[in-house]
Design a protein around this ligand. Sequence first.
Ligand SMILES: C[S@@+](CC[C@H](N)C(=O)[O-])C[C@H]1O[C@@H](n2cnc3c(N)ncnc32)[C@H](O)[C@@H]1O
Length: 453
Amino acid sequence: MDASALAPLSECPTCRRAPLAPGPSAWRCGACGAEYPVTDAIPWLYRDPGPVLGEWKNRLTLYLEDFALEERLIAADFASATLAATRTRLDAFLAACREQRALIAALLAPLGLGEGPAPHATQLAVATRVPQHQDLHSYYANLHRDWVWGEAENEAARALVASAFGTLAGKRLLVLGAGAGRLCYDLAEGERPALTVALDINPLLLYALSRLARGERFALYEFPLAPVAELAVKRELRAPRAASAPLVCLFADALEAPFAAQSFDAVLTPWLVDILDEDFARLALRVSRLLAPGGRWVNFGSLSFAQRRPGLRYGRAELREVLAATGFAVAGDSETRIPYMQSPASRHARLETVYCFAADKRERAPREAPPPAPPVWASDLSAPVPLDESLKLTALATRLQAFMLALVDGERSVNDIAGFVVEQKLLPHDQAVAAVRALLLQLAEQASRTGPR
Ligand SMILES: C[S@@+](CC[C@H](N)C(=O)[O-])C[C@H]1O[C@@H](n2cnc3c(N)ncnc32)[C@H](O)[C@@H]1O
């Protein structure tokens, strides 16, 4: 469906003062003039969307290069394979990787393939706002689970979430972290909300959802975790039928959802809250801001918070308390064992205990603190940038790394490089050797990640 249906609910991600005016190639803020690109009819509603798009283009380039690398590895193994069966298997795998590379490139063509991404070094240097651990392929298996073989799991999820919401008919539903989107589609088609917004950061998943919801079909290879037979299985992805209910896709960050306060009657966070780099209590205030009073938040998925701080790895009882403290009345919560990622092509098949809660926003809920005002130097480009302690530290660490890396010339050893670091009095000898070795090892490990993902 045309994304402009969500324009009246939108709020400019830059100035936060006005809704956006939709357009076919860009949305525009009438108050501050900021523009937001549209690709394949999906708007990118980010503050500074350019670098975000650039980052995904880069990640696409790297993703496609991974396939090319895998193809070279397969070809090398094929040449030295002694068993006929191994050659047959590798031959099929090589053909699959080649075709998959073309299929992925076609699916992600709306990102702007061929325009040439910004150099990767530049992207890394500008410290992207796309989380480092969220990659194009991070939830690739969801595509096949959602649209090929996951019927039992999809139906279990739909039934749990629909019952937690009670009724969605005529309501405005926002799904944060929609992924490949089968749950959004099933809720839109089955429960008939007035509008369903599928928000995610991942172009591979959202382009797929958007095409499937339009009734298109396309093929992608599945790479089973523990193959029953083939290493790659070609699958056709399709929705039961083109979506007949209003379902809109949107590229945005769940942590800075570009909507005016109280724009939604229902918010769903499926398999999301524990993968975000944010305290659940802060997220609760964000969800509360988006909901109209009396609106319902349903959460569904695992509770495996990966936060560095142990205090933020909440359990079920703590979540209920956090919800109460952030202005929600918990209408119910439950734990249910459901099938999870049970691909017929894989020997792995899991059962997962999912946690689901329904929480209603109370009339007098505490407010999310407004985001801190952007620093003066971000808008006045001639204003001085203050040098605080954390910036000093980052600058020092970056200079040190740059110094060490510039000394790698293909000839020097770790000891040689550390010798220069000591000579320049940057670090004492033992620390210099350890630092050079650790940095280079870390980079080598990163570079050695191989295989289609
Ligand atoms: C574990 S997957 C769950 C996907 C889907 N909800 C499902 O149930 O299959 C997490 C999803 O959240 C998305 N995501 C991660 N960080 C996000 C963020 N900051 N804002 C919006 N989506 C995010 C990922 O791209 C991914 O699609």
